[in-house]
Design a protein around this ligand. Structure first.
Ligand code: AP5
Length: 191
């Protein structure tokens, strides 16, 4: 299993990735969780990342590339993984292709077993979900900015993966259990 979970803020990437990673016994790698842990620990990276996260902006690509490269080289990532929230820009996707080729010895990201799952949810539902969760970056102004950044910088990746027949589109605007069941079915053939 080599899965990327995409979708706007509040689409359910983290919720679904955590459940399925536990079920399939593979790591759930959330770049948002890694960054928040660095902020709490006040590491250099956390201090650099915090102001971007508080404003709903993306943390610079080069910081993310270092994080992901280090995490993907850990032994537990050899049997598969679910990446949640990465890649989020075209530059991150190009970097990730190269990283996968290095790790797997393939010549192109198109040849990898990778699938990119896009969870689709309307904006009004996303905003309501995030406001009721109440994480530090879940205030109305930051949520609007995160959605805008998603449309501008991350949504183009849908075409990127779709053009390579690696995209799996799932309606995320349903009860969590129904979304999980469909993901299980389309990704593993189980129902
Ligand atoms: P990140 O942590 O990735 O946040 P996000 O993309 O904004 O996503 P969320 O965690 O808000 O939503 P989600 O889709 O995971 O939904 P969740 O399952 O939590 O990133 C945070 C910040 O870090 C970014 O803004 C950026 O600054 C930085 N960053 C991270 N990665 C980066 C990268 N690659 N490059 C640059 N910067 C990066 O669910 C949300 C809520 O909805 C929960 O309360 C949940 O219980 C509920 N919910 C979920 N599913 C359902 C459902 N089906 N029905 C009802 N409620 C549901």
């Amino acid at each position: 299993m080599q899965l990327i979970f995409m979708g706007p803020p509040g689409a359910g990437k983290g919720t679904q990735a955590q459940l399925l990673a536990a079920l399939w016994k593979i790591p759930h790698i959330s770049t948002g969780d890694i960054l928040r842990a660095c902020v709490v620990a006040k590491t250099d990276l956390g201090q650099k990342a915090q102001s971007y996260m508080d404003r709903g902006e993306l943390v610079p690509d080069e910081l993310l590339m270092d994080i992901v490269q280090e995490r993907m080289n850990q032994p537990d990532a050899r049997a598969g993984w679910i990446l949640d929230g990465f890649p989020r820009t075209v530059a991150q996707a190009a970097f990730f292709d190269k990283l996968l080729c290095d790790v797997e010895g393939s010549t192109s990201g198109k040849d990898c077993a990778l699938r990119a799952v896009n969870l689709d949810v309307p904006d009004n539902v996303l905003v309501a979900r995030l406001l009721s969760r109440g994480r530090q970056d879940d205030n109305e102004e930051t949520i609007r900015r995160r959605l805008q950044v998603y449309r501008e910088q991350t949504e183009p990746l849908i075409d990127f993966y779709s053009g390579r027949q690696q995209l799996v589109a799932v309606d995320g605007d349903r009860a969590m259990e129904l979304v999980t069941a469909e993901l299980q079915q389309v990704l593993s053939g189980d129902s």
